[in-house]
Ligand binder design. Structure first.
Ligand SMILES: [Zn+2]
Length: 463
């Protein structure tokens, strides 16, 4: 079966041109003009035709603080598709005392029958030992070449510097990539206990006990350890100028330091955490939202390529019966925000329409760079002959109001309630199959495939 997307403006990370896209089966066959007829024709006049989004940081069904993230792989990937994202890379978790393989198998079991869209997995490594180090090689053979380590959450996820350095040294041999949650968990833990002892229990204290200097410190330390091991490192959910400065400084002296930021750090701030009553709990995530003056620097980082990726860290918890666990203790509020559905339009509206970045840079941040860094190219992340037909037909003029009432994520609030945006993914396609069109969802649980990813490859322009 062939599909022709006609008369749109085709955008890739390097080009923007008026052209038609011809799809044969699951792949793009050609981009150009004069293709004649096809089985299906999609009129894209006045629209942008762009790669499906790749969100390399999601947590469907993540167990956290005695509860689970409210989106499972069915609801979360449907919401992703509604928002223009056709591939996620989620995080499998190693349980204490268990192998990496068991963690991976657990997540495959959860995701395979449910996922509407293609997905890969990273592994969260909680314990480093000789067997675990050897198993990292096995994970890479199984298509999981990236490992997330934590410098925060003592007793839950945190690793010491020796363990981090041993894991990094292993990736020097096996070609894996270490992804780092960079916050100084030890110092933060002392502050948290002190604040609670002083009776400071409101949500805003979550932000005040995790100062940006402690993200900057950990980011600097992670990069120094990677430099010592002679490997690249990827800082996840970078939120502050302190951390960005550490990345910049590392890159300026030639270290392969990379980082992502997330929409919440570009659009929300400590003021949201400080909303009256308990409402700030809706905005509790780690690293926390920062004072608003950090935002302009993050935008600058996206422009200068000191930040290479925008992902979401999608990890939703219902306000009414999950965030409420921390009613009298901010440290018991489950950490995480919904976002997988909003990223594409938010970054277009606040990034391209607002004049911070070009449409080409948008595509690079949202699809092409994540595909390249996480071993999904050349099949994913761009529009080119032979690539998977993962395509978004995007209308940049459609006004919308973001709201819990209209979103598809399974969570009872929106961080962006009432925010007016322009832009709508009108048609969303995966491997030639239409997932969203005319405001209808056509996807199927289990239709998404597990993607075995290849090793890290920064590619040109990212060194
Ligand atoms: Zn995360």
């Amino acid at each position: 079966m062939t599909t022709l997307i006609k008369d749109g403006t085709v955008v890739t990370a390097t080009d923007m041109t008026r052209a038609d896209v011809l799809i044969d089966g699951e792949r793009i066959q050609a981009i150009g003009t004069g293709f004649g007829d096809a089985d299906n024709v999609i009129d894209a006049a006045g629209r942008y035709v762009m790669p499906g989004g790749i969100d390399v940081h999601t947590h469907m069904e993540l167990p956290f603080g005695g509860t689970f993230a409210s989106d499972d792989f069915a609801t979360g990937t449907a919401a992703a598709a509604w928002g223009g994202t056709t591939t996620i890379v989620d995080f499998a978790v190693q349980d204490y005392g268990h192998s990496l393989s068991e963690g991976l198998d657990n997540w495959l079991e959860k995701a395979c029958p449910k996922s509407h869209i293609d997905f890969g997995l990273h592994l969260i490594v909680r314990e480093i030992s000789e067997p675990v180090l050897r198993e990292m090689d096995v994970m890479i053979e199984r298509g999981v070449p990236s490992f997330k380590l934590f410098m925060a959450y003592p007793g839950v996820f945190m690793l010491d510097d020796a363990s981090i350095f041993r894991a990094m040294s292993r990736t020097a041999d096996n070609g894996g990539l270490i992804m780092m949650h960079a916050e100084n968990g030890g110092a933060i833990d002392v502050l948290v206990k002190r604040y609670l002892a002083e009776g400071k229990t409101a949500p805003v204290n979550h932000g005040l006990t995790r100062p940006s200097s402690m993200e900057g410190e950990a980011t600097h330390r992670a990069i120094a350890l990677a430099e010592l091991a002679g490997v690249p490192v990827y800082i996840v959910h970078l939120s502050s100028r302190d951390a960005l400065n550490a990345v910049r400084e590392g890159r300026d002296r030639g270290v392969s330091a990379y980082a992502e930021t997330c929409p919440q750090y570009l659009y929300l701030s400590l003021d949201d955490l400080a909303r009256p009553g308990f409402e700030g709990a809706k905005f509790v995530c780690s690293p926390p939202l920062r004072p608003a003056d950090h935002q302009a620097e993050l935008w600058r980082g996206l422009v200068t390529d000191d930040l290479q990726v925008v992902s979401t860290d999608h990890c939703p918890f219902d306000y009414k019966d999950q965030k409420i666990l921390g009613k009298d203790d901010f440290s018991a509020i489950p950490n995480g925000l919904p976002g997988v559905e909003d990223r594409y339009t938010l970054l277009w509206d606040g990034g391209v329409a607002a004049g911070h970045i070009s449409p080409m840079r948008f595509v690079e941040l949202i699809a092409t760079a994540p595909a390249r860094m996480f071993g999904l190219n050349p099949r994913k992340g761009t529009l080119a002959p032979g690539a998977d037909a993962d395509i978004v037909v995007f209308n940049p003029d459609t006004p919308r109001t973001l709201s819990a009432a209209s979103q598809h994520m399974r969570v009872d609030y929106s961080c962006y309630e009432g925010r007016e945006v322009r832009g709508c993914p009108e048609v969303v396609m995966q491997r030639g199959n239409v997932l969203v069109s005319d405001g209808q969802f056509h996807g199927q649980p289990g239709a998404g495939r597990f993607l075995e990813r290849s090793r890290f490859g920064p590619g040109p322009g990212s060194g």
